[in-house]
Ligand binder design. Structure first.
Ligand SMILES: Cc1cc2nc3c(=O)[nH]c(=O)nc-3n(C[C@H](O)[C@H](O)[C@H](O)COP(=O)(O)O)c2cc1C
Length: 243
């Protein structure tokens, strides 16, 4: 069983990394093979909205960067822990950018359908649950095949730091244990997402509607190009009855 942890904070040894480590310790104790990595070690270019994902959906090279390498690591894992600090109600730019890239390459292929995800977030004082949830949902939730949310782990750390080492805080340790064990159990039992079958049917229909719309749009564009080429005399008019 492989678990990959991605720290989306620019601080390698910051609170987000510590919260992630607390869950990983639990997973390692359960025999999981765990890998920790930091987003700051990877170059991830910005999403250029090239929409190539519609045809080349397995690849997203728009930045000529480390994106595919990181994605490959995610695909190789059974469980993914992804974390970001809370920055004024939002995740870090690094995490947002990475998730945007992931969203579009996952729409058609449902890459993360069988992956179990835990979102982590730390803040100074604010409630960082929504950031942990955003990370866990990889942007838009399991509806698009973006993984099954196994849990969230978030904490405002000011009090805890004042009280001592974050990783030694008993209350936090208990929470981390519950989240870690749930992740392990989900992977072992291959838990399905809620309303899995219903979502699959809806997703299929949605894809069909989208495909039809795209085809109609392409038809219209083709027709306009054809008319233009006909007017220029580059090609023969096909709808004119020849004498
Ligand atoms: C740009 C920026 C904005 C922040 N905004 C908030 C905030 O609105 N509320 C809060 O409680 N903490 C805020 N913080 C503090 C961080 O969320 C907090 O220090 C967090 O634990 C840092 O995680 P790290 O050590 O993994 O980097 C902010 C920090 C930065 C750098």
């Amino acid at each position: 069983m492989k678990i990959l942890a991605i720290n989306g904070s620019p601080n390698r040894n910051g609170s987000t990394a510590k919260l992630i480590d607390m869950i990983l310790d639990v997973c390692e104790n359960e025999g999981a093979e765990c890998e920790r990595l930091h987003m700051e070690d990877y170059v991830i270019g910005e999403c250029s909205s090239c929409v190539k994902y519609l045809n080349e959906c397995e690849h997203c090279h728009c930045g000529g960067d480390d994106f595919m390498q990181l994605k490959a690591k995610m695909l190789d894992a059974d469980g993914i822990i992804i974390g970001s600090p809370y920055y004024s109600g939002k995740p870090t730019g690094q995490i947002k950018n990475f998730i945007y890239r992931l969203e579009f390459t996952s729409v058609n292929n449902r890459f993360f359908e069988n992956k179990y995800i835990v979102g982590v977030s730390s803040s100074a004082v604010s409630n960082s649950k929504k950031i942990a949830k955003f990370c866990a949902s990889l942007g838009h939730g399991s509806f698009m095949g973006n993984g099954i949310i196994s849990g969230v782990f978030y904490e405002s750390i000011v009090d805890k730091v004042v009280m001592g080492d974050l990783a030694e805080n008993e209350e936090l340790k208990e929470k981390a244990k519950a989240v870690g064990l749930k992740l392990i159990e989900d992977i072992r039992t291959k838990r399905k997402a809620r309303f899995y079958k219903l979502k699959k049917v809806i997703f299929k229909k949605w894809t069909k509607v989208l495909c039809i719309k795209v085809i109609r749009c392409i038809d219209k564009i083709e027709l306009r190009i054809r008319r233009f080429a006909e007017d220029q005399g580059w090609i023969k008019k096909i709808n004119k009855i020849e004498d």
